[in-house]
Design a protein around this ligand. Sequence first.
Ligand SMILES: Nc1ncnc2c1ncn2[C@@H]1O[C@H](COP(=O)(O)OP(=O)(O)OP(=O)(O)O)[C@@H](O)[C@H]1O
Ligand SMILES: [Mg+2]
Length: 325
Amino acid sequence: MSPVVSVKRLRKYFKVYKKEPGLLGSVKSLFSRDYSEIQAVNDISFEIQKGEFVGFIGPNGAGKTTTLKCLSGLLYPTSGEVGVLGHTPWHRERSFLKKISLVMGQKNQLWWDLPAYDSFLLNKEIYEVDEQDFKNKIDELIDLLSLGRVVNIPVRKLSLGQRMKCELVSALLHAPSVVFLDEPTIGLDVVMQRRLRIFFKEYNQKFGTTVILTSHNMDDVKELCKRVIIVDGGHIMYDGKISDLIREHVKYKTISFVVSKKIDRADLEKIGQVVSLNDTGGVIHVDRNDVANASAKLLKAFPVEDLDIAEMSLEGVIRQIFTNE
Ligand SMILES: Nc1ncnc2c1ncn2[C@@H]1O[C@H](COP(=O)(O)OP(=O)(O)OP(=O)(O)O)[C@@H](O)[C@H]1O
Ligand SMILES: [Mg+2]
């Protein structure tokens, strides 16, 4: 099966002109302009299959939004090839726009002074959604997002979470088969983040929609994406399963335990690398392939009352990668 998204050697460079500060700088810039180039996306390639939910992560300025803009046709690339559902995004054919959607958590795409429902009606016309399909889809989305009458209140009066849900209805009304989500949970409280995650998961499973998600919230990525593409400085640093990423980068697991009486540090060091130890318990790192053995030794050697084995969190792994810890 051919991929739904195919990106080959994509580059997007921005030319920005440098101006010295102050009035003198402004005058000088009238006569000579000094440009510099920002390599926002620098030679990236990947493919995404139908129905995949891929996390696109990386630090601020890594090139995530720029890539999504190229994929949805908002930006013309400097070079490279992109195919989304067989279309070249920046040609912006109607038939292409009807099949995709870009949701930006940082940007409001609804009419501010009107109830969200009015914006939905406008989108219905723009995307030429059939009357009955519109009704069905609206009911379905309002129900999935438990929106109720919120859609009849002017958008400016809504809370951030309510507005985000309306943004989603608006973006999904035309039943796009590829959705780009750029930080959709930014600024939302933990309860709302969770609700949206459940919604995205259900939506992806129910409709087989292909989704690319960027988020700085690793809970979003961990719960929704099997595969992650990690970018930094416009380059891809990793593309693969989250589980493999953790396995490749973290060679140890963490065992935390509670003991009924004080134990000797030297004895504990024979089992694993001691991270902390006090009178009531401690934490050690052990080789990930030796966890069962180490736990057994621990239980045998000490009066252990409680024991917990943990994998480093995705957040921890990412931090480790970007700080070269
Ligand atoms: N229109 C533009 N003109 C000039 N430079 C730009 C433009 N858009 C983005 N950039 C630069 O390109 C780089 C990548 O930006 P981009 O918005 O893609 O990053 P990002 O990975 O989405 O970051 P964040 O996590 O902060 O959203 C940054 O250095 C940014 O300043
Ligand atoms: Mg961004």
